[in-house]
Design a protein around this ligand. Structure first.
Ligand SMILES: NC(=O)c1ccc[n+]([C@@H]2O[C@H](COP(=O)([O-])OP(=O)(O)OC[C@H]3O[C@@H](n4cnc5c(N)ncnc54)[C@H](O)[C@@H]3O)[C@@H](O)[C@H]2O)c1
Length: 488
C-alpha cells in the first residue's frame, strides 16, 4: 500500500517507520523542513527505543521523508494525519493543524484516497475534515474519511505499535475498512510475528475493533481520561495513606490484584503529564460541555493532579525548611522514564516552582536534557553530566522521573556527595529500606518514611555494599515489572 503519514513527531515518525516495517511504501511528510533534513541525513529527532534501528533499516527503501505535502497526497492511496492537537486557552483541542492538512489534501488529491485521522481529536473532527475538504473543492467521490486512533506510549512506542492490544478502526464505508485492514493485516493475522527479522515482542495477534467514526474518536478520549483518572485515584489514596500511616505501595498491590481493577497506573507520584493526558482530559471535558454535560469527575481528576505537585513541594519545604539559596539536585526532567519528551512534564513544573522559591537547581536526565535546556533561560538552572555530579554539594536530591537507570545508582556514593542526606522521591522509584540503608533520609509518596522529621536511623545505616546491592537488585526487579505496567 502507498501510504503518506503527515507529521513526523512521536506518533507520525513511529507510525511511518512501522508501516514500512510491515512492508508498505511510505512517505513521511512534515512541514518542519529542518526535521525532514535531519531525518534524511539519518538523524533521529526523538529518543525512542528501537526507532533508530527501524529508520536505519527502511530509510531510502520503503520509507522516504519529504516536506512536500501536496506531492505526497497526490501519490498515496491512504493518508494518515498525525499532526499535533495541542490545547487552546479555553481547554478545547486546537485543531488548526488538522484543518491545515485538510485544506492541502483537498487541493492535492488524485484518485481515490482514504484519509485517516490518527491524531487524538474530539468527536466530530473527521466530519469537520470532510466538510473542509468539500468546501475547498474536493470531489466527494475522491476520498473517504476514517478514524484510527493511536494508543502507543512514548518510551515503548515501536513495540506498542507492532504489538498493539487493539487496532481501532472507525469507518463509514467498506473501502476504508478494507484498506485499513489490509495495512494492518500482518499484525492481525500474525504473519509479521513469524518473520525472522521481526522486532521481538510479546507475540499476540492484535484484536481488531471496527466501530463508527464517532465511536472511535470518543474511545480514544475516554481511554486517556480514564487512565488519568486511575492515576489521580491512586494519588488521592496516597494522601489518605500518609494520613493514616498505611503504605500506598501495599495498598496499590492489594487493589491491583483484583482483575477488575488491574495493577497498571496505580503508581502515585507528582502527577501525570506529557503531551497527551493533560490536554486530552481537558478536551474531553470540553466535548462533554458542548453537549450540555458537566463532567465534574474530570474536573476533580485535574484538581488532584495539580495538588500532587503542591504536596510534593510541601514535602521539600518540610525537609529543608526554607528553599532560598539551597542547592537541589534534580534527577529526571522528562514527563516519564524512557522518553526525552518534556512537554507538560510535572518535573519541569516542580523545577520552576523551586526556582521561584529561590533554590538553585542542578538537573540531570538520561535523555531529556537537550529538550529541557530549551525551556529555561541561560543559567536559570545548571545541567550535570550525570547524577553524581548533580548531587555534589546539594542540600537534597529530588527524583522527579521514573528512569530505570536511577535504580542502578550507588546510593552510598550519593550520600557521600550530598551536603545533607535527604532523598525526596516524587515517583516512588526507590524503596524506603534501600535508601535508608544507604544512610539517606527518605521521603516518597504515600509510604513509610514520608513524614519529616524522619525516623531515619543513622545509627542503623548499613555500610555493607553487598547488602545494599542485594536489596537494590530486588527492588530493580520489582521496578522493572512496575515500569512495564506503568506507561502513560
Ligand atoms: N505522543 C504520544 O505519545 C501520542 C500517543 C497517541 C496519540 N498522540 C496524538 O497524536 C498526535 C500527534 O502527537 P505527537 O506527539 O506525535 O506530536 P508532535 O508535536 O511530536 O508531532 C506533530 C508533527 O506534525 C507536524 N505538522 C504540524 N502541522 C503540519 C502540517 N500542516 N503538515 C505537515 N506536518 C505538520 C509538526 O511539525 C510536528 O513534527 C496528537 O494528537 C497526540 O495527542 C500522541
Amino acid at each position: 500500500m502507498k501510504i503518506a503519514v503527515i507529521g513526523a513527531g512521536y506518533v507520525g515518525l513511529v507510525s511511518a517507520a512501522c508501516f514500512a516495517e510491515l512492508g508498505h511504501e511510505v512517505v513521511n511528510v512534515d512541514n518542519d523542513r529542518a526535521k525532514i533534513a535531519m531525518l534524511e541525513q539519518g538523524q533521529v529527532p526523538i529518543h525512542e527505543e528501537l526507532l533508530p534501528e527501524l529508520l536505519q533499516k527502511h530509510r531510502g527503501r520503503g520509507l522516504r521523508f519529504s516536506a512536500d505535502v501536496r506531492q505526497a497526497f497526490s501519490w498515496c492511496e491512504v493518508a494518515f494525519i498525525c499532526v499535533g492537537t495541542p490545547p487552546s486557552p479555553n481547554g478545547e483541542a486546537d485543531l488548526s493543524y488538522v484543518e491545515g492538512v485538510a485544506r492541502e489534501l483537498a487541493l492535492a488529491l488524485k484518485g481515490h484516497t482514504v484519509i485517516v485521522e490518527k491524531s487524538t481529536v474530539p468527536v466530530g473532527t473527521c466530519e469537520a475534515v470532510r466538510r473542509t475538504m468539500l468546501l475547498h473543492g474536493a470531489d466527494p467521490r475522491d476520498f473517504s474519511i476514517a478514524s484510527n486512533p493511536e494508543f502507543l506510549r512514548e518510551g515503548t512506542a515501536v513495540s506498542d505499535f507492532l504489538y498493539p492490544e487493539r487496532i481501532l478502526l472507525g469507518v463509514s464505508d467498506e473501502e476504508s475498512r478494507k484498506k485499513l485492514s489490509a495495512i494492518y493485516m500482518p499484525l492481525l493475522d500474525g504473519s509479521y510475528y513469524e518473520r525472522d527479522d521481526a522486532i521481538p515482542g510479546p507475540t499476540r495477534p492484535a484484536r481488531l475493533l471496527v466501530t463508527s467514526v464517532r465511536s472511535a474518536e470518543l474511545i480514544k478520549h475516554a481511554s486517556n481520561a480514564f487512565l488519568a483518572l486511575k492515576i489521580s485515584f491512586i494519588n488521592a489514596v496516597s494522601t489518605v495513606c500518609e494520613g493514616v500511616g498505611a503504605d500506598v505501595r501495599q495498598v496499590a498491590e492489594g487493589m491491583g490484584a483484583d482483575s477488575r481493577i488491574g495493577p497498571r497506573f496505580l503508581t502515585p507520584g507528582i502527577g501525570y503529564g506529557g503531551s497527551c493526558f493533560p490536554k486530552d482530559v481537558l478536551a474531553f471535558r470540553s466535548v462533554a460541555r458542548s453537549v450540555g454535560y458537566d463532567f465534574q469527575l474530570l474536573t476533580e481528576v485535574m484538581a488532584i493532579n495539580e495538588s500532587q505537585k503542591e504536596r510534593f513541594l510541601a514535602k521539600v519545604r518540610e525537609a529543608l525548611w526554607t528553599l532560598r539559596g539551597k542547592k537541589l539536585a534534580v534527577l529526571g526532567l522528562a514527563f516519564k522514564g524512557g522518553t526525552d519528551d518534556v512537554r507538560d512534564s510535572p518535573a519541569i513544573e516542580v523545577v520552576r516552582r523551586l526556582l521561584q522559591e529561590g533554590a538553585h537547581v542542578v538537573a540531570y536526565d538520561p535523555a531529556a536534557m537537550e529538550k529541557a535546556k530549551a525551556l529555561f533561560a541561560d543559567g536559570e538552572i545548571a545541567f550535570a553530566s550525570d547524577a553524581y555530579e548533580a548531587c555534589t554539594g546539594a542540600d537534597a536530591v529530588l527524583v522527579l522521573t521514573e528512569w530505570q537507570s536511577f535504580l542502578e545508582l550507588d546510593l552510598l556514593r550519593i550520600r557521600g556527595l550530598l551536603k545533607l542526606p535527604i532523598l525526596l522521591d516524587g515517583k516512588n522509584v526507590f524503596s524506603t529500606g534501600v535508601v535508608e540503608k544507604a544512610g539517606l533520609l527518605y521521603c516518597g509518596i504515600g509510604c513509610e518514611g514520608s513524614a519529616f522529621p524522619l525516623h531515619a536511623p543513622f545509627s542503623q545505616v548499613s555500610e555493607d555494599r553487598s547488602e545494599m546491592a542485594e536489596a537494590g537488585a530486588q527492588v530493580a526487579g520489582e521496578f522493572t515489572s512496575a515500569l512495564q505496567a506503568l506507561s502513560q
